[in-house]
Design a protein around this ligand. Structure first.
Ligand code: ADP
Ligand code: MG
Length: 441
């Protein structure tokens, strides 16, 4: 069956880990599928959301490459009931997914509002209601796992209910789509698709940095939509000013409208998020354990990962989630995440965020930016790798271990005093940990 072949083909498109963890759980339903509709089953709701966000559009493109029709992708849950009688009547819960590949569970209602995200939330809601109002374009930026993609989808979900024509793509998909159409000599179709929508929702535009041809195409798309009073909403993991290799003409256009940043949530918001995720997924956890999870994780994506893991463990062991399990889950999570982190990975990520060359960090340069970068690296290396202080001193070309120790202590103190610095370090750490393996925790 074509669907099975496509799943097989995905082996070459994703990491082995992703294939084994997610793709291998997908089953193609040939009977329910048609030329413009491909139906897949997965075993639980978490996977619906994950597969939808990460792979649906990739799968659609693989179909399109074979059949020249880009099908709608439906991901459904197939639940197995415990007693024999209902097992025979497998309950199939269908979740309809539109061709725009929006994630239907990312809505305004399912978004927990707190100090850290309320400005971004209210702007998102405003644009969902009044297309091309005074905010155009809108840019939502901030660290990973803090809800940017969720808000972008929420705008799309609400506006599409009102009959608006939505395109939701990541900047990477925009680039792939562009190259495919260019190769197939179907640029007319590409332009028609992107320039005829009411809302263009484009995720992770930092990806455009350094991709000149795609930026050029996006520039024209942007102008056309803006001139026709169509709404453009973008997200980025950093402010456009800090995106390396972004053309000035695009950067200045991004500043025409309004931008809103999201910062890591404060403890009250995290507690509310944990409670909300538990209630949506029927997970029962006591207050003490909720507080523990909320105070030890800052990234919402990782909170979700730990909850998935705890939920699975609790059901296998036939007992309720407790504090000890949560402590172990968080410890394992950290350990697994850290296994392959090397000093070079830390250096590269810090260099990327501070816009300097990795080699400068290892040099003797004393400029402020490089000195800061070096201190960030020292702090993160002590936290995430087993390297000893003498080893770090040697690798970073510093005098001796006491220079490392001094730098580390100074960082600790500064982070205590500056919330912004703490957020910057937290974000770099998230990025390093995410780089490890593309998995939800
Ligand atoms: P980003 O795009 O900023 O990296 P996402 O939007 O993908 O982050 O969010 C990661 C996960 O955390 C998603 O599953 C999202 O639903 C959830 N999440 C983030 N912020 C919130 C929030 N304020 N309320 C509810 N869920 C959230
Ligand atoms: Mg995102």
């Amino acid at each position: 069956m074509l669907g099975d072949e496509i799943l097989e083909q995905l082996k070459n498109e994703v990491t082995q880990y992703e294939y084994e963890t997610y793709i291998s759980q997908m089953k193609y339903d040939a009977e329910a599928s048609k030329s413009d509709l491909a139906v897949f089953y997965v075993p639980n709701l978490f996977l619906v959301s994950w597969v939808q966000t990460k792979y649906a559009s990739k799968i659609a493109h693989l179909f399109e490459a074979r059949t020249h029709i880009e099908p709608e992708i439906k991901i459904c849950v197939k639940t197995q009931q415990k007693d024999v009688k209902t097992q025979q009547n497998e309950k199939i819960q269908k979740i309809s997914v539109t061709k725009t590949f929006l994630n239907p569970s990312y809505t305004f209602e399912s978004f927990v509002i707190g100090e850290s995200n309320k400005f971004a939330f209210s702007i998102a809601q405003a644009v969902a209601q009044h297309q091309a109002s005074k905010y155009n374009p809108v840019l939502i930026y901030g660290g990973t796992g803090l809800g940017k993609t969720h808000l972008l989808n929420a705008i799309g979900n609400q506006a599409s209910q009102e009959g608006k024509n939505i395109i939701y793509v990541t900047a990477e998909q925009f680039l792939n789509d562009y190259t495919n159409h260019l190769n197939m000599k179907t640029m007319d179709r590409f332009r028609e698709k992107y320039r005829k929508c009411d809302y263009l929702l484009i995720d992770d535009i930092q990806f455009f940095g350094g991709k000149d041809r795609t930026q050029d195409e996006f520039f024209h798309t942007f102008n056309e939509l803006h001139n026709n009073q169509k709404q453009i909403v973008m997200t980025s993991d950093k402010h456009p000013r800090k995106i390396e290799g972004l053309e000035d003409r695009l950067r200045s256009r991004f500043e025409w409208g309004i931008s809103a940043d999201i910062i890591p949530p404060e403890i009250e918001t995290k507690i509310a998020i944990v409670k909300q995720k538990c209630s949506i997924n029927s997970i029962i956890i006591d207050e003490e354990t909720i507080n523990f999870i909320a105070s030890n994780i800052s990234n919402v994506r990782q909170i979700e990962g730990v909850l998935i893991k705890l939920n699975a463990q609790a059901s296998i062991m036939g007992q309720q989630i407790n504090l000890k399990m949560a402590k172990n889950a968080i410890k394992d999570n950290i350990k697994e995440n850290h296994e392959n982190i090397t000093l070079d990975k830390i250096i590269n990520q810090v260099a990327r965020v501070l816009n300097i060359k990795p080699s400068e960090i290892k040099s003797k340069s004393r400029t402020k930016n490089v000195a800061n970068a070096r201190r960030y690296v020292i702090y993160l290396a002590r936290l995430l790798t087993p390297n000893s202080m003498p080893v770090l001193a040697k690798e970073l070309n510093m005098k001796d271990h006491s220079a490392i120790s001094k730098a580390y202590k100074k960082m600790e103190q500064e982070m205590e005093e500056s919330f912004t610095l703490k957020a910057v370090i937290e974000d770099i750490r998230n990025k390093i940990e995410e780089e490890q393996e593309d998995k939800p925790f």
